[in-house]
Design a protein around this ligand. Sequence first.
Ligand code: ADP
Ligand code: MG
Length: 163
Amino acid sequence: PHLPKAVVLQAVVEKGFGRGAKKLGFPTANLARTDSPDLDVLSNGVYCGWAQVYPQAGAGAYEDGHSQPPPVYKAVVNVGVSPTFGDVRERLVEAHLMHAFEDDFYGGELRLCIIGWLRDEMKFPEFQDLVANISNDVDVAREFLEQDFAEVFCREPFFSRSA
Ligand code: ADP
Ligand code: MG
């Protein structure tokens, strides 16, 4: 189902633990901590929405009518808790973009517009079960985002304004 209100986030892509998600076909770009009050309304779980990558943080002006902003892709977004050090656990946002990128984009800026909820956070006994679920999430997200009301959000001014 769609969220009552779209949640937009903009943050730098950081290096995570590289748990091998990439080898299995589902890399997730980890966002640096953001203090978006919008994020507080989201419970831990799996969401979908639109995502865009700017090669470097603090991207230049894209409103001069000459340069085009980067493309906006469909994405599955995980909001969860990740262990950091000791008992400190912080909220982590990770996005898998439905696009085959030539290169990694660590250090780039990711803009996210989260519009749909897919499921609650789950802990899987086996890594393979997790992978099967992610691949299902991707299918559900793709279908959700192809609806007319959902496609409107990939044309939001948020995706073309300068940082
Ligand atoms: P990490 O633990 O560092 O997040 P991952 O295996 O999850 O490692 O890979 C995530 C990285 O892969 C991203 O930060 C990004 O640089 C790169 N990447 C390449 N293609 C994609 C994609 N389609 N979606 C998300 N990240 C991608
Ligand atoms: Mg990751």
